[in-house]
Design a protein around this ligand. Structure first.
Ligand code: SIN
Ligand code: FE2
Length: 216
């Protein structure tokens, strides 16, 4: 049934509030789809996806890379932002103009004018991959929001509260949807349930997420 509704493109509200300061903008990335997908291919050619290890020694099921002045990395020594890709020894690829523009405009739509991201974490989920509930808290300035762009296979996004034990709501995320959270919900927990098997017309058997942050 869910697949049928997805296949027929069930209508979701264009804008949905998840919490104070947190909003879902349905299909918001589609205006820049072609530019975003070609820029994504260039970035991932220069800085290939890799599976990083958490400080606890767990290999993450989502593969990651970055673009922008700083990239989020994790290894046995901890989580941090790094100017250089530890795999290539080179600076991360520059943030494409289409990425910067999409993040800035979506943030403004959500009520956060003037967002200037310096970091974009790119997650790749193959079917079965997931991201457990966490907070984005390695950034220096929590007055800036998080802008999160979904591409490819659909996902179920979990959005909770400030404490890990707070109730968690679930939202379907589809190709082109953008979630923005900041202000009172900037440090709210969030995660992604295991991606279901499938194929996407433009991206194939994967989900890609772009997370924009003002990290430095
Ligand atoms: C993240 O929290 O880093 C990614 C969230 C997502 O993939 O939607
Ligand atoms: Fe996150």
């Amino acid at each position: 049934m869910t697949e049928l509704l997805e296949a027929t493109g069930i209508m979701l509200p264009a804008r949905e509030d998840m919490a104070p300061g947190a909003v879902l903008l349905r299909g918001r990335a589609l205006v820049l789809e072609a530019d975003i997908l070609s820029a994504l291919a260039s970035v991932t050619a220069a800085a290939p996806f890799r599976h990083m290890t958490t400080p606890g020694g767990y290999v993450m099921s989502a593969a990651m890379t970055n673009c922008g002045a700083a990239g989020w990395v994790t290894d046995r020594t901890g989580y941090r932002y790094a100017a250089v890709d530890p795999e290539t020894g080179q600076p991360w690829p520059a943030m494409p103009e289409s990425f910067r523009r999409l993040a800035n405009e979506a943030a403004a739509d959500a009520g956060y004018a003037g967002f200037m991201p310096d970091s974009c974490l790119i997650n790749r989920y193959l079917p079965g991959a997931r991201l457990s509930l966490h907070q984005d808290k390695d950034e220096r300035d929590f007055t800036q929001p998080i802008v999160s762009v979904s591409l490819g296979l659909p996902a179920t996004f979990q959005f909770g509260g400030r404490r890990r034990a707070d109730p968690v709501a679930r939202y379907p995320l589809r190709h082109g949807d953008i979630a923005v959270w900041g202000g009172p919900s900037r440090l709210f927990h969030h995660g992604v349930l295991a991606i279901k098997e499938g194929g996407h017309a433009r991206l194939g058997r994967q989900r890609i997420n772009l997370t924009f942050r003002a990290a430095l």
